[in-house]
Design a protein around this ligand. Structure first.
Ligand SMILES: C[S@@+](CC[C@H](N)C(=O)[O-])C[C@H]1O[C@@H](n2cnc3c(N)ncnc32)[C@H](O)[C@@H]1O
Length: 385
């Protein structure tokens, strides 16, 4: 107990400061930090406190904009309308920002995390994957409310905001789901291009992905990411590559093309079902071998082929110390690290630096338009230190 009055529900007029990781901006009021959603840096807004977390900071939603920033736009989705107050959909963070502003905000977050966590000053530019912010998602996970209506949750809440259409998902996807999945209280596992197995493609190759398997969310991401990973990895002909957290084989396919028939690629993936899909997807590439298991466990095996290049694409929490140490102890000349969370990326880049691997290149992509998420692909090279 701090003895401080609880600010929840209070309305504050604040001048909005810089963007922070998580889809909000930082403001200060009476000496306290307030993380304000639905605002932009430089704006003056009235913000309603939604959560007083104690410990000095609060969370708030902008409910009125007194001085708008140049990058402010009207949200294309009616569920992001300011007039809905706390009933705004929690799926998007930046519906009120222009495309260019969204990319600038994400670039600022990546740069700030690298600076603060890894101590690296790096100029970051976030690239558009494909022009336009709408209809880019090929996957969505919905919740279902007590009345059987499918929707997304409100921000930091279990409340379901029913959604008839979601303008950032592929056309007609929501209509298909909301029409089909009305079973009371049951979460909808996967939508869009429905069925138990989705047929996807990248780089001219077809990939089957089972319903719970992973596939990049943005329609253009599989092509662009596999091209970028291939360019950075540059596996020599006859060389050895590891594809850690390999999913259904998206990156292993391009690494195998580079290594050629005399080289080898080891794909490691914890989901047995994803490994089954990967084996089938890459059956024409005998130079790829597969290990079902966690990266933490599999990389303990001293008998793995020594890699020239390691590609890692961990889930949001990143690779972490044990995996970075397991990878760098094999001294690959290059590590290509794919990250969807800038804080985890910065922590891992710092861990690589401790092990003598320096950041050489960083590509950042707006793979999740309208949300605060951003995908980064980093090239790290052994320095010999
Ligand atoms: C971000 S996805 C990347 C998949 C693939 N690289 C792609 O782009 O399609 C991460 C993958 O890692 C797997 N995974 C999660 N934790 C893991 C772990 N500890 N060890 C191995 N694989 C893991 C997930 O099942 C998922 O397929």
């Amino acid at each position: 107990m701090t003895g401080r009055p609880d600010w929840t529900g209070r309305r504050l007029e604040v001048e909005v400061g810089p963007v922070a990781h998580g889809g909000h901006c930082v403001a200060r009021h009476e000496g306290r930090v307030v993380f304000v959603r639905h605002a932009l840096p430089g704006e003056v807004v009235v913000a309603e406190v939604t959560e007083d977390a104690g410990g000095g900071f609060c969370r708030a939603d902008a409910v009125e904009v007194r001085t708008p920033a140049a990058g402010r736009v009207s949200p294309p989705c009616p569920l992001a309308d300011m007039a809905r107050g706390r009933d705004r959909c929690g799926g998007c963070d930046w519906q009120h920002a222009s495309a260019e502003t969204q990319r600038e905000l994400k670039a600022a977050v990546v740069a700030e995390q690298l600076q603060r966590i890894a101590g690296i000053d790096w100029p970051v530019r976030v690239r558009d994957l494909r022009r336009g912010l709408l209809r880019r998602r090929t996957r969505a996970r919905l919740a279902v409310d007590r009345r059987g209506r499918a929707g997304f949750r409100a921000h930091r809440s279990h409340r379901v905001i029913p959604v008839a259409d979601c303008p950032i998902t592929a056309a007609d996807a929501m209509a298909e789901v909301t029409g089909r999945q009305r079973r009371r209280g049951r979460p909808v596992a996967r939508a869009v291009r429905g069925g138990a197995v989705a047929r996807e493609s990248a780089g001219g190759r077809a990939f089957d992905v089972s319903v719970q398997g992973f596939w990049q969310v943005h329609a253009a991401a599989p092509d662009v990411f596999s091209e970028t990973v291939a360019r950075m990895a540059a596996v020599p002909a006859g060389g050895v590559a590891w594809d850690l957290y390999g999913g259904v084989g998206l990156f292993a396919a391009v690494l195998a093309e580079q290594a050629g028939p005399s080289g080898s690629v080891l794909l490691v993936e914890s989901s047995a079902r994803a490994v089954e899909d990967a084996v089938a997807n890459l059956r024409d590439l005998p130079q790829v071998s597969f290990r079902a298991g966690t990266v933490e466990r599999v990389t303990e095996d001293e008998d793995l082929p020594v890699p020239d290049v390691v590609v890692l694409d961990p889930p949001r929490k990143g690779a972490g110390r044990a995996v970075v140490e397991a990878v760098t102890s094999r001294r690959p000349s290059r590590v290509v690290h794919v990250a969807c969370d800038p804080a985890a990326l910065a922590r891992d880049v710092g861990l690589y630096a401790e092990r003598g691997y320096r950041l050489r290149e960083l590509e950042a992509f707006d793979a999740f338009p309208m949300t605060h998420h951003v995908e980064c692909i980093a090239l790290l090279e052994a320095t010999g230190e």
